[in-house]
Every structure is written in structure tokens, then in C-alpha cells.
Design a binder for this molecule. Structure first.
Ligand code: HMG
Ligand code: MG
Length: 298
């Protein structure tokens, strides 16, 4: 029942960098992103247009977008919270944006200073502008398998928020296990519940690996038919408003699993290792991909 092809959405340059103690320069971020594109990744989240006082690591995302070489084989996404972020993104030439909310009011308050309902209003306000500019809009729902403040989350709540985002005009929804607390049967149940409201083909999995469950959870949702997976090179990542959250599942580890399952991705593992080495050495951070560690030349 597994999909024949999976699209990997690389979130390392956004999720991976937003919580780092060391900030990369825009030129370094561009070099990092180009290495990821060269590995065959066709969808890359390259930064965010949020408050630079909240996320200084991703300030100057406009310079990153302006500096990226035109590449018709890759879609570069920007994370956008509101009309101001959207306007900045449009000025920087962005064509693909991602909007975000959560299935938890308390997390949303900490993250973007409003309730889930208000965040949907902010998204509703930016959608007509995005449409005028022919932007594609992806949606994120955070805390789909648990919240650092509210604990357990009802999958029906996730389904309702997901449906609202689709009704607002998102073409795809990425379901975030923001703090990596899910286990395979919960992840499977989440997909079964949400896919009653949103077509399965529009669902993506965005799993953090805090408790070491991400690959197992991905295998479960692949069996349910999910064919879009978010991941970050070297297992970088984390949200400053999700206490204890560690990195995203590592792109290298996901690719190794998909290769072993005979699922096509178009991504080259050796080229990923070059991006891994570049970003870890520039951040001064250890690599968190087991596959990259195993394949690294001694
Ligand atoms: P706020 O404080 O509620 O907004 O911020 P405000 O409208 O009252 O504005 C406050 C100030 O921010 C004003 O400036 C605005 O101009 C400015 P001042 O007048 O004080 O000089 N401002 C902005 N500046 C730059 N870009 C903007 C923008 N909007 C307002 N877009 C806001 C609301 C969302 C901006 C703020 O709370 C924020 O930036 N939060 C950070 C959110 C964030 O980046 N979180 C991490 C990403 S989400 C995530 O990681 C989860 C995910 O990976 C999925 C998963 O794992 O589950 C996606
Ligand atoms: Mg995330």
C-alpha cells in the first residue's frame, strides 16, 4: 500500500536554522540552499518573513530569496504569518508561501501571539493578496500529535483546523508533530481522521524526532498513503516556542528508508552529505542524521 513516489520538502534552511545559537549570513544560507537544490530536492523552505526580533536567525530572508539563482526545477518556499510578511515576501520575489497555525490555542499564543481562530483570520486576510499575485499557498498545522502546553490533542480538532485552511485556499497541508511525541498508531489515526475532511493527496507529514519516533511514524503514514514528507538535513530544527522540541527527522534518514522501500524521490544521498557537512561546519553543530554519520568518510 506504499506510494511509488514521495516528494521530500526540505525545511532545513527555515525550521533547521530558526532556533540555532549561531546565525548564518544570507550568503551562507544561499550557499547551503544551492547545495540542497543540487541534491535533487525540488521543494525547499528557504526562510521566513516573521518578526526579526523573535527569530533573528532568519532576518534578511529577503536577501536570501533575491540571491538565489533562478532554478525552474526547484520551488523555494517562505513561511509567512500575516499580511506584512506576505508583502515582504512578494517584494523579495517569492512565489510559494507557507502559512501556519496549530491545533492548540496555547501554542499559537506563544508562537504568534494570537488564538487559532485569530490566526485563521490573519491567513484569510492574506489569501486574496496571495491569489492576486498567483502565489501557491501551503498550510501548516502544528501540535497535531501533542502540545507542549495543552498535552494531548484531539485528532478531530486537527481535522477541523485542516479543513479551515483548505477552505481558505491552501493546496496542501503539512501536519506537524512539533514536539515529536507521536507514536505510529497515533500518527496513523491522525491521517485517517484528517483525511475524512481533506483529500489524502493534500496531506504532508512534518515530524520532529524528539523521542526518536519520527521514522516509525512516517512508515505508518506512508502505509496510509501520505506521499509528501517534510524533513531537515542533518536533523536540524526546532521551534523556540515548543519547549524540548528537537530537530526535524533527518532528510538523509528518510531518504535511506525510502530508497530501501524502493520509493522514488529523485534525491541523491551523496550530494545531501555535502550539504550536511557545509551546514554543520558553518553552524558549529553536530550532525543528527544517523545515515549521514554512517556514510561520512572517515
Ligand atoms: P505580534 O507581536 O503579534 O504582531 O507578532 P504585531 O502585529 O502586534 O506587531 C508587532 C511588531 O512586529 C510590529 O513592529 C510589526 O510591524 C512587526 P513594531 O511596530 O513593534 O516595530 N511585525 C513584523 N515584522 C516582520 N515580519 C512580519 C511582521 N508582522 C508584524 N511578518 C508575529 C506577530 C507573527 C509577527 C510574531 O509573533 C512572530 O514573528 N512570531 C514568530 C513566529 C515564528 O516564526 N515561529 C516559528 C515558526 S512556526 C514552527 O516552527 C512550526 C512549524 O515548523 C510546524 C511544526 O513543526 O509544527 C511550521
Ligand atoms: Mg517544525
Amino acid at each position: 500500500n506504499l506510494p511509488e513516489k514521495v516528494t521530500l520538502v526540505e525545511v532545513g534552511p527555515r525550521d533547521g536554522l530558526q532556533n540555532q545559537p549561531h546565525t548564518l549570513t544570507p550568503a551562507e544560507r544561499i550557499a547551503f540552499i544551492e547545495l540542497l537544490s543540487n541534491a535533487g530536492l525540488s521543494q525547499i523552505e528557504a526562510g521566513s518573513f516573521v518578526s526579526p526580533s523573535r527569530i533573528p536567525q532568519l532576518a534578511d530572508t529577503d536577501q536570501v530569496f533575491k540571491g538565489l539563482a533562478a532554478n525552474t526545477a526547484v520551488r523555494y518556499f517562505a513561511l509567512v504569518p500575516n499580511v506584512k510578511g506576505l508583502e515582504d515576501a512578494i517584494d523579495a520575489g517569492v512565489k510559494d508561501i507557507a502559512v501556519f497555525t496549530a491545533a492548540s490555542d496555547q501554542f499559537t499564543q506563544k508562537n504568534i501571539n494570537c488564538s487559532v481562530e485569530e490566526s485563521l483570520e490573519r491567513i484569510a486576510a492574506l489569501m486574496p493578496i496571495a491569489e492576486q499575485h498567483n502565489l501557491r499557498v501551503r498550510g501548516y498545522v502544528s501540535c497535531t500529535l501533542g502540545c507542549p502546553y495543552e498535552g494531548q490533542i484531539d485528532p478531530e480538532r486537527v481535522a477541523a483546523v485542516s479543513k479551515s485552511l483548505m477552505d481558505l485556499g491552501c493546496y496542501e497541508l503539512s501536519l506537524g508533530d512539533t514536539i515529536g511525541v507521536g507514536t505510529p498508531e497515533n500518527a496513523r489515526q491522525l491521517i485517517r481522521t484528517v483525511s475524512k475532511q481533506v483529500p489524502l493527496s493534500a496531506l504532508a507529514a512534518h515530524f520532529h524526532d524528539t523521542y526518536g519516533q519520527a521514522l516509525a511514524n512516517l512508515y505508518a503514514v506512508l502505509q496510509e498513503g501520505v506521499a509528501v514528507i517534510d524533513s531537515a538535513i542533518a536533523g536540524l530544527g526546532g521551534c523556540p516556542y515548543a519547549r524540548g522540541a528537537s530537530g526535524n527527522v533527518a532528510t538523509e534518514d528518510v531518504l535511506y528508508m525510502l530508497n530501501g522501500l524502493g520509493i522514488e524521490t529523485g534525491v541523491d544521498i551523496n550530494a545531501l552529505l555535502r550539504a550536511n557537512h557545509y551546514v554543520c561546519s558553518h553552524l558549529g553543530q553536530p550532525n543528527h542524521s544517523k545515515v549521514a554519520a554512517a556514510l561520512q568518510p572517515i
